[in-house]
Design a protein around this ligand. Structure first.
Ligand SMILES: [Zn+2]
Length: 281
């Protein structure tokens, strides 16, 4: 095994055989994916678990719940952002991981992404750790509605805003700074009148415990872990590598650049996700 920077992991640019071997040598692999898996689908590598584009100010749970103005700003930006987001398609990395599940090798696919592209590619055993952007949930009664229905309500209530698409930057961000958000109408829950929120985990909000427990049970069944496209900077993902390591299960990672778990990895592949996993297709 090559040593890189004193760490007991391999730093490989082109050789796919070690990752191929890692996957074939293990029976059930617990897969954790992050933003790097979706960049080839045109979704910028945002650090904001709430699914806002990188240039936007991260929205905290406290700000969203505490201020009507914050919600107006969020939904005004989201009105245009959703048009692009909802058209994204899975790429070869998503398809490769769906193939891994078809082969019976995937204990669970735990994703930090909120884009549902793993499901679109055919993966079935998926836990959306940080929620899903295609759904809106009432913070009062818990009812969920499709994000697309929310889109139609937003468009209906704010006809003038749909013409502001010229303000969409090439990277998909929406520059509405200085816009008059207090005229923007946000619909309440159709059932109880409560505050609607994207069904994603915002900054300042915990990941639901049952989601973590389901993932930890799947990690128990697995005999190895594979991280794809995540720097693991967010603790909610990093803790799974810690748990795997504690249980003596080797972890491999495919990621461009360092990860927070580099010193824990048995194998590190620094390649774009789709290239590194192409042997599964
Ligand atoms: Zn409600």
């Amino acid at each position: 095994m090559a040593m890189a920077g004193g760490q007991p992991y391999m730093r490989l640019m082109n050789d796919k055989a070690p990752l191929h071997d890692f996957i074939s040598q293990h029976r059930q692999i617990f897969v954790l994916t992050g933003a790097g898996c979706s960049t080839n689908s045109g979704i910028p590598d945002y650090r904001d678990a709430a699914g806002q584009w990188k240039r936007a100010q991260p929205m905290t749970f406290q700000a969203f719940m505490g201020s009507e103005a914050a919600r107006q700003r969020y939904w005004a930006r989201s009105l245009n952002g959703w048009r692009r987001f909802s058209r994204t398609q899975p790429n070869r990395a998503h398809h490769a991981l769906a193939r891994l599940e078809e082969r019976g090798k995937s204990a669970l696919l735990l994703t930090q992404n909120v884009d549902r592209l793993h499901q679109a590619a055919g993966s079935r055993r998926v836990v959306d750790l940080h929620g899903r952007l295609d759904r809106v949930r009432c913070t009062a009664c818990g009812e969920t509605i499709p994000r697309q229905a929310m889109q139609e309500a937003l468009v209906g209530l704010n006809p003038g805003w749909t013409e502001r698409e010229a303000a969409v930057a090439p990277d998909g961000d929406v520059d509405l700074e200085g816009a008059d958000f207090d005229t923007f109408a946000v619909p309440p829950c159709p059932s109880c009148g409560g505050v609607l929120k994207p069904d994603v985990v915002f900054f300042g909000e915990g990941v639901p415990r049952e989601r973590v427990e389901e993932a930890m049970r799947a990690l128990d069944e697995a005999d190895a872990m594979l991280v794809v496209g995540s720097s693991l900077m967010v603790y909610s993902g990093f803790r799974f590598v810690q748990a795997a390591t504690r249980a003596g299960k080797p972890a491999a990672a495919v990621n461009l650049g360092r990860t927070r778990a580099d010193s824990l990895l048995a194998l590190k592949v620094e390649q774009p996700c789709a290239d590194a996993l192409s042997f599964l297709l």
